[in-house]
Write a protein that binds this ligand. Structure first.
Ligand SMILES: [Ca+2]
Length: 307
């Protein structure tokens, strides 16, 4: 029996921007209300120049209206243009305080900016629920202290969701994710046949990052924990959260640690789940310091792939 697989997914469609949460993001009115944390900040030709930074966390910041963030909740659009004196990773984060304690949620985004040229970056950001109800919230820009940098056109705005998104998403699902079902029944024709078709799986890759040791443990004990059951029931692709990275598999050169990874692979094979690997090298590594990958490193990467 042939039957097609229908899978429903939702896309958020953003058409327009709403309320702005930052002031003077284009630095047309000088520096205020921006401030500089452990650095010097000066507006030159409508761009904010940041110098004398002493640490990763040194950089410009602006205090946001915490009540405004509470009211918006949901999703924001962040734009920033950066021009560093040399290649650096620039991070933008929301740092907040609650009850006198300071919290540092994961960065809103992190980007490698090329030295000596302007690059424009846009990120869609979901406000973590923990940020809501904060006493103070600040948006902070930070980077490796080896470089000075210029920033301009920093905008943080509410994302306004197009109310037609669901209709449009359903139309795409009809076109892209469905096809007709043809059922052939052998034997004599039967009148008023009632047939039920139950979907057991689908071909649309739907994945998650998993903890290797959890799946490995299920394989080792031949018994699925709630974590493993949930993974098997809901996903057909997984990626290990970190244990397939080179530095975890070969902490000491020539000594490969693959026991839990191998067990995880056995578990995923048994459950018909595909596994996506990790990047072999991150762009951050291949910077000006080391933009020539030696033959020896290439050989090690090939060994890593085959291990
Ligand atoms: Ca400007």
């Amino acid at each position: 029996m042939l039957y097609s697989i229908v899978f429903v997914f939702l896309l958020r469609v953003v058409n327009s921007l709403g309320e702005s949460l930052l002031q003077n993001g284009d630095f047309s009115a000088g520096i205020a209300p921006w401030k500089c944390n452990n650095c010097d900040g000066e507006v030159i030709n409508g761009e904010l120049s940041i110098t004398k930074r002493k640490a990763d966390w040194s950089g410009p910041y602006q205090i946001l209206d915490a009540r405004q963030i509470d009211q918006l909740g949901g999703f924001l659009n962040l734009n920033i243009s950066v021009n560093p004196s040399q290649d650096i990773t620039v991070s933008v984060s929301l740092i907040y305080t609650k009850g006198g304690e300071t919290f540092y949620p994961p960065d809103m985004f992190r980007v490698i900016a090329q030295g000596g040229e302007w690059s424009k970056h846009t990120e869609h950001y979901s406000i973590p629920e923990t940020v809501l109800g904060a006493d103070t919230i600040k948006l902070a820009v930070s980077a490796d202290p080896v470089a000075d940098f210029l920033i301009d056109n920093v905008f943080l705005e509410e994302q306004v969701i197009d109310s037609n998104w669901k209709k449009e998403a359903n139309a795409r699902i009809d076109t892209l994710r469905k096809r007709n079902v043809k059922v052939t029944i052998a034997g004599d024709p039967i009148e008023d046949l009632l047939m039920e078709v139950r979907q057991l799986t689908h071909l649309f890759p739907f994945g998650t990052a998993v903890v290797v040791d959890e799946l490995s443990s299920c394989q080792e004990h031949s018994e699925d924990s709630a974590y493993c059951k949930f993974t098997a029931e809901n996903f057909n692709w997984v990626v290990a959260n970190y244990k397939f990275k080179w530095r975890y598999m070969e902490k000491n050169q020539g000594v490969w640690l693959t026991e839990s990874q191998d067990k995880m692979m056995d578990w995923t094979a048994r459950n018909n789940i595909s596994v996506r690997g990790h990047c072999l090298l991150w762009a951050k590594v291949i910077t000006e310091k080391n933009n020539n990958i030696s033959n020896q490193v290439l050989l090690l990467l090939v060994i890593h792939c085959n291990t």
